[in-house]
Design a protein around this ligand. Structure first.
Ligand SMILES: O=C1O[C@H](COP(=O)(O)O)[C@@H](O)[C@H](O)[C@H]1O
Length: 263
């Protein structure tokens, strides 16, 4: 890992700070390779990012036409389901960005949103295999070592320490031979999901965790202070990339102040 930064911020500052970083990372990636390959998580994350990214009062200097959107994990449900991570990102970010910027055409083209195949959601194994193939295609002309190298992966963390759909003590955590795997007995519903594997996450240029709320304080203590390796989130350590943790004051309550950086 090149570096790890842990920030503890007022809740009202989280969205803006995460999006300030995204603006910087996007500019650097587009300058270097012409694209910004970014994977989103579901849960609370899309809405937090939306507040900072799609704000009519603060237009950002971002070329969204160069963004490629992926999903760190996805639930095996139809795209229209409220449980779908794609649906969350679409309604909170993609649709609003289109409305805001359609006159200037600065929005993310639909073909650059790489989502689960809705015809395969009845079979998580097939859906994972298909998403793997979609990634191979999308990254074909890009830097891949053994795994695709995302410019940025945006992650959440559950109160049990899961991230993506990698859950504690589940075998998916040890999968290294493929880019996308699946689970049919997820401890958190819905039970069938697909997920990026850990080595893919750890090959990204930047991994950005966002965790807010008092329900996350104990798990943040286990991850950041105690380095509990049984937790999937503790095992996210980008090999060559940078790791960022954006916590609000409630989530950071038990975190050792010595490891907290200033923005
Ligand atoms: O089930 C999931 O949960 C995690 C954490 O969600 P949060 O609401 O606690 O932020 C999320 O990162 C993941 O994408 C999602 O499928």
């Amino acid at each position: 890992m090149r570096s790890r930064k842990v920030y503890s911020l007022e809740k009202s500052k989280i969205s803006e700070s995460v999006c300030d970083l995204l603006e910087k990372l996007s500019a650097a990636a587009i300058k270097k390779s012409g694209h910004f390959m970014v994977a989103f998580s579901g849960g609370s994350l899309p809405e937090i990012v939306a507040q900072g990214l799609v704000n009519p009062e603060k237009k950002r200097d971002i070329d969204f036409t160069k963004w490629w959107i992926f999903f760190s994990d996805e639930r095996c449900v139809p795209h229209s389901s409220p449980d779908s991570n794609y649906n969350l990102v679409k309604t909170s970010i993609l649709d609003k960005l289109y409305q805001l910027n359609k006159d200037t055409k600065n929005y993310i083209p639909k073909e650059q949103v790489i989502k689960i195949n809705s015809k395969l959601v009845h079979d998580a194994e097939l859906a994972a295999d298909d998403y793997n193939s979609q990634l191979v295609k999308a990254f074909a002309s890009r830097e891949t070592v053994r795994y695709p190298v995302f410019d940025c992966i945006l992650l959440g963390v559950g109160p049990d320490g899961h991230t993506c759909s990698l859950f504690p003590h589940m075998p998916q955590l040890n999968v290294t031979d493929i880019w996308v795997t699946y689970i049919n007995n997820s401890p958190k519903p819905p039970s069938s999901r697909i997920t990026l594997t850990l080595p893919v996450v750890n090959d990204a240029h930047n991994v950005v965790f966002v965790a807010t709320g008092a329900s996350k304080d104990t798990i943040m203590d286990s991850i950041l202070n105690k380095n509990d390796k049984t937790l999937p989130s503790t095992n996210v350590n980008p090999i060559r990339g940078e790791l960022f943790w954006f916590l609000d004051k409630d989530a950071a309550k038990l975190v050792n102040p010595n490891i907290i950086s200033q923005l």
